[in-house]
Design a protein. Structure first.
Length: 367
């Protein structure tokens, strides 16, 4: 009997102690965001370039490009496809054409071609758009509403139109899941179409970046068949997500001689640690091997201008410098350090183009 009372007294004491614990004394459990953020900042990045010579760089690029292709999933454009021109507009200095490319088993690709009226063949600009419901319309300067005009003005978005006016043949594809390819169910809701599309494609063994890479290469394949296009003089430009895809497309398609990614010099290590990270920019498994600087290093020794605005809140100090250091190492090893340019300008998350226009006109137009 005495033993039973002792046990009861012991339990009573434990309950008394437990009831006196304050909430702040309980162990704090990390949130999923905190746990993932901590893990990504310690990501392996095991395949960073560590060599010093062009031979070592070439060998590393071959290895990393192959691995990147595996991580991206299917990204080969179709060889057999149909094409349909659905509109043609004379804007004054150039003709704006709207096309649809269709192939079995993949979504229809809408794109614009801006054809200068001057005699060709003309150098090609692959002009890629960023996030937003207007998609590639903004890049080619379609500003038929106040909202569209405001969007273009804020981001200096009509860079495709700018280059067409200067004598370049511009192709501007609409990437997933933006513009006319945005499902109407998401156009007026807070649901993130990038996240939804990423999840759905992943169930099919595909990635959103891989699918958009396929479409960018497909648009370029089609444009190179045009009689007034010079397939040996190609540049790729883009802002924000368009800058990210400019980097990726130039890294994986060596037809591109000059790349100008704008507003995209940030690392996934930093971005994924934030509460918001876009599914359109995710390459599963990437941080095991590298990050944005490693993809950008695949462009070397070709010309690349990275535009960054001084007030761009998406470009984080400290992380930006890490990216530049790794990019510079690749271009130094390639033997062409001057072909990598970091163009810093006064402004926010927008296209600038001052350095880019001068280089593209010199290299591709001979001006």
């Amino acid at each position: 009997m005495a033993l039973i009372w002792r046990i009861k007294f012991f339990i009573f004491c434990l309950l008394l102690i437990a009831s006196g614990l304050r909430a702040e004394e309980l162990p704090k459990i990390p949130t999923v965001d905190q746990a993932i953020g901590k893990a990504t900042k310690k990501a392996p990045l095991a395949w960073q370039f560590t060599g010093d010579t062009s031979e070592e760089l070439h060998s590393w690029q071959k290895k990393f490009r192959t691995k990147l292709g595996e991580l991206l999933g299917p990204h080969t454009p179709p060889v057999i496809f149909s094409r349909e021109r659905i509109s043609q507009t004379d804007t004054g200095k150039f003709i704006r054409e709207q096309w649809l490319l269709k192939a079995t088993g993949i979504p229809t690709l809408p794109l614009y071609i801006l054809r200068p009226k001057s005699k060709g063949p003309h150098p090609i600009i692959l002009a890629l758009h960023g996030h937003g419901k207007f998609g590639h319309d903004a890049v080619v300067g379609i500003a038929n509403t106040e909202e569209r005009r405001s969007n273009i003005t804020k981001h200096n978005y009509d860079y495709g139109k700018e280059f067409a006016n200067r004598g370049f043949l511009v192709v501007a594809p609409c990437m997933l899941p933006f513009g006319s390819r945005l499902d109407s169910r998401y156009s007026n809701t807070k649901t993130d179409p990038c996240a939804i599309t990423f999840v759905r494609l992943s169930l099919l063994g595909q990635t959103l970046m891989g699918s958009n890479l396929r479409d960018c290469k497909w648009a370029l394949d089609f444009t190179c068949t045009q009689k007034d296009a010079d397939s040996k003089r190609i540049a790729c430009i883009g802002l924000s997500y368009g800058g990210r895809m400019t980097m990726l497309t130039a890294a994986m398609d060596q037809r591109i001689k000059i790349a100008v990614p704008s507003g995209a010099l940030n690392l996934m290590q930093e971005r994924i640690g934030n509460p918001y990270s876009c599914g359109a920019q995710v390459i599963p498994g990437l941080l095991k091997y590298g990050d944005v600087p490693e993809i950008g290093s695949l462009i070397a020794p070709r010309h690349c201008i990275w535009e960054t605005g001084s007030q761009d809140k998406l470009i984080v100090s400290g992380w930006k410098e890490k990216a530049i250091e790794r990019l510079e190492k690749a271009y130094q090893a390639a033997g062409y350090p001057n072909r990598l340019q970091i163009h810093n300008f006064e402004g926010g998350h927008r296209w600038d183009g001052i350095t880019a226009i001068a280089l593209l006109e010199k290299m591709l137009l001979g001006n």
